[in-house]
Design a protein around this ligand. Structure first.
Ligand code: BTN
Length: 264
């Protein structure tokens, strides 16, 4: 069970975390937070759940949060309080916040662009940023984060698109979910001001998985192979394809897979 008072005692951090809604079970914390935001919930509103029964991932995939073993949280972020820079890039900012929080616990976490966090080369966390617009203006952003904390939160192998593990399995000791949640919110609060400039991008590049290595990116408009150079200021992945200018790939429906070497 998640203990609301243990979470509340650590919040707010940098303007994030209140009002706080702690739920023992919910369909999806992103959907719950979006309902609150539609009714005017302020910037920083946090929804955390012990269990999700209809958790959602990118590209229409399911996200498992079985009771007692994972972490599912969603924040309402409003423009003015956070920069309106490419909302999709918040997927990567969220992943960086989780990676830094895990590093604070002793894990060598990295960001697998656009929205995953790896420990020991396997996925422990995913981020789902969902923007809602009024005309041309961003009305609010729901930043949803899921973490496999205990081994029981890792989905069955047959359901995995990419190898997954849990924080405890990689760090090798029990991890307090309340503490991890507070660390993630703290890292997000520290990163938010950096999104106004280029600092967030450089920070991501320091933690970027496969940087300098050859990858295969599958996106809506086709497949691209290239060596990862870094991240552009709009959040796109910058690749050296070996054919002229570096290529920028949008997060859209992109997935990244490591390959052995440059294509012949
Ligand atoms: C992915 O890896 O595809 C992203 C997974 C995002 C899961 C989190 S859990 C909290 C929030 N609520 C959801 O329904 N999804 C996000």
């Amino acid at each position: 069970m998640l203990d609301a008072s243990r979470i509340r005692a650590r919040l707010p951090i940098g303007g994030l975390g209140l009002p706080l809604h702690v739920l023992q079970t919910v369909g999806s914390t992103n959907d719950y937070a979006a309902r609150l935001a539609r009714r005017g919930a302020p910037h920083g509103t946090l929804v955390a759940a012990d269990e999700q029964t209809a958790g959602r991932g990118r590209r229409g995939r399911r996200w498992h949060t079985p009771a007692g073993s994972g972490l599912a949280l969603s924040l309402v972020l409003r423009p003015g309080e956070v920069s309106q820079f490419a909302p999709g890039a918040w997927n990567t900012v969220g992943a960086l916040a989780v990676a830094e929080a895990l590093r604070g616990l002793g894990g060598e976490a990295s960001v697998k662009w656009p929205n995953d966090v790896l420990l020991g080369g396997q996925k422990v966390s995913g981020v789902l940023a969902e923007a809602v617009w009024r005309g041309e203006a961003l009305e609010y952003l729901i930043l949803g984060i899921g973490v496999n904390v205990l081994p029981g939160s890792v989905p069955p192998r047959a359901e995995l698109e990419f190898p997954a593990t849990s924080v405890e399995a990689e760090i090798g000791r029990p991890v307090d979910r309340h503490e991890l949640l507070a660390r993630i919110v703290g890292e997000l609060a520290a990163l938010a001001p950096k999104t106004a400039g280029d600092d967030w991008r450089r920070a991501v590049e320091e933690r970027l998985a496969y940087r300098g290595q050859w990858v295969h990116v599958v996106e809506e408009s086709g497949d691209v192979r290239g060596r990862i150079l870094g991240i552009a200021s709009d959040g796109r992945l910058v690749l050296d394809t070996g054919q002229g200018e570096p290529r920028r790939v949008g997060a859209g429906a992109a997935t990244v897979r490591l390959i052995d070497s440059a294509p012949q």
